[in-house]
Structure formats: structure tokens, C-alpha cells
Design a protein. Structure first.
Length: 73
């Protein structure tokens, strides 16, 4: 799961390092937006979604895109 802390790292340009470290232990990633946080207005959600999907597909992982993020894709 992409957590708010990982999302903050991504917004700062730190990438998906937690996903890369944990992918072998996670069966299903749930990907969505961060809500009720000022940082949410600074994130390009379409780009975030495309990059998350690309990464998860390249790792051969199953994922679910939450409704709040789907509208940006």
C-alpha cells in the first residue's frame, strides 16, 4: 500500500523506494490520494497514478486504484 508517508516522499521527489523494498512481501497494493493534507494540492495526481501503475506492473504486482485517484487517470 502506498501510505501517506510514502506519498510525502514521492511529492518531495524521493520516489517509490518503500514500494521497491516491500514489493516481495505485499500481495496487493492499494493506490489512492492523500486526503485532508495541504500537500495534496501540490501533487500531480495523474502523473503519480501513471508512475505508480507503471512501477507495479513492471514488478508484476497486483494493484487496486482507489476511486479518488481513478478520476485523475
Amino acid at each position: 500500500m502506498i501510505t501517506p508517508s510514502l506519498l510525502k516522499k514521492l511529492a518531495c521527489g524521493c520516489g517509490f523506494s518503500d514500494t521497491l523494498k516491500s514489493h516481495q512481501f505485499v500481495d496487493l497494493f492499494k493506490v489512492g490520494k492523500i486526503n485532508y493534507n495541504p500537500i495534496e494540492k501540490t501533487i500531480d495526481w495523474a502523473r503519480f497514478g501513471r508512475e505508480a501503475i507503471g512501477l507495479l506492473e513492471s514488478l508484476g504486482k497486483e494493484y487496486y486504484i482507489k476511486e479518488d485517484l481513478k478520476k485523475w487517470l
